[in-house]
Design a protein around this ligand. Structure first.
Ligand SMILES: [Zn+2]
Ligand SMILES: [Zn+2]
Length: 363
């Protein structure tokens, strides 16, 4: 099968013919139909996060089940599925507490193959590493059944793919991590693939005022289309001063969808006493965040959000219903579709900041 392989950081992905194994116990072979190109993938290409190489990236995906291994009862051949990196064991403390996105993934639960077993991906004698137990920049995926949710087959594959990461992360940060109140004021820093879904989550949850912050005018326009009530262009003004001014003291909830030191710190500075800042963006390894300690006496809080605190097997079908009702926009998040051979173009386009999501589509 064809796959886009990362062989060296800061280099384009190479399109290669590689092999994929047959499903073992609890594993599922999936024909990839569409895969979103997420900023997290770019972080690994640029070396902000490291992974054993060579690796096939990609983690926002929809597809069709081709074959199931022994023990798989949840899925059968022909099912339409969405993949999610939040694989859950269903047996650890976090899973049993209802927080499967934080699954402790104890090796005793066999969510991965042992190191002495055949690898899932390979090229002759060379091991090709799997990324986040998915590796969706390839024509086929071999994954554990607990990385998949069965979904409505009548939805487009591009739309379904986006539910696997960007939408679940953005909506979940608002609805599940922060659990905002109707009538509150929200600010969202960064209006890309995830930020636009934070905005949609705030709209769905009944926020009274949703302030979108970005440096790219086109994204601010998209923010309005997805539910923002106010926009602030961060190129021309000090966003902290501006937000404090227009909200008369700060917002109830802020969300950082960038993951840069400065924007995370700003997300804390723009909340009012009792407010909560939620960090959704992925912060590069090793970056330290500095906060004004005085904020704690005002009960200002800052928290992380892991993939929107998802319970993806129940969340994603619900988000699909919201989409069918017209309350969740997905079509407008797909900026362009490309073939696998053009995947490097998708990363170049991402760097321009003009695109919400590029989606790789497979024949
Ligand atoms: Zn992602
Ligand atoms: Zn678990």
């Amino acid at each position: 099968m064809k796959a886009a392989v990362l062989r060296n950081v800061k280099q384009p992905l190479s399109i290669e013919e590689i092999s994929i194994d047959n499903p073992n116990i609890n594993e599922v072979l999936v024909e990839t139909k569409a895969s979103g190109v997420c900023r997290t993938d770019l972080h690994y290409i640029e070396g902000n996060y490291s992974h054993q190489l060579p690796v096939v990236l990609g983690h926002e995906v929809s597809g069709i089940v081709k074959e199931v291994g022994d023990g798989v009862k949840y899925l059968k051949k022909g099912d339409t599925v969405v993949g999610c990196l939040s694989i859950f064991c269903g047996r650890c403390e976090r899973c049993l507490e209802g927080r499967p996105a934080l699954c402790l993934r104890d090796p005793i639960w066999d969510l991965s193959r042992n190191t002495d077993e055949k690898t899932k991906l390979f090229k002759q004698n060379e091991t090709i590493n799997q990324f986040l137990r998915l590796s969706s920049f390839a024509e086929m995926m071999l994954v554990h059944e607990n990385s998949l949710v069965k979904v409505d087959p009548e939805i487009g594959y591009e739309q379904l793919a986006l539910l696997g990461c960007g939408i679940t992360t953005g909506l979940g940060a608002v609805l599940k991590t922060a659990q905002i109140n109707p009538g509150c004021t929200v600010a969202v820093i960064g209006c890309g693939g995830v930020g636009l879904n934070v905005i949609q989550g705030a709209r769905i949850a009944g926020a009274l005022r949703i302030i979108a912050i970005d440096t790219v005018e086109n994204k601010l326009q998209m923010a309005i289309d997805h539910g923002a009530t106010d926009i602030v262009n961060a190129t021309s003004q000090n966003i902290v001063e501006q937000i404090i001014k227009i909200t008369n003291g700060g917002v109830d909830y802020s969300f950082d969808a960038i993951g840069a030191k400065i924007t995370v710190e700003q997300s804390y500075e723009i909340i009012r006493p009792g407010g909560t800042a939620t960090v959704v963006g992925l912060i590069p390894q090793g970056v330290k965040i500095e906060l004004d300690g005085g904020g704690f006496i005002d009960e200002k809080k800052i928290q992380g959000s892991c993939m929107g605190s998802n319970q993806f097997r129940t969340d994603i079908p619900r988000y699909i219903e919201l989409y069918k009702q017209g309350r969740l926009k997905i079509d407008s998040l797909v900026s362009q579709t490309l073939k696998l051979k053009s995947i490097n173009q998708a990363f170049e386009d991402m760097k321009t900041g003009e695109f919400a999501r590029s989606v790789i589509v497979f024949e």
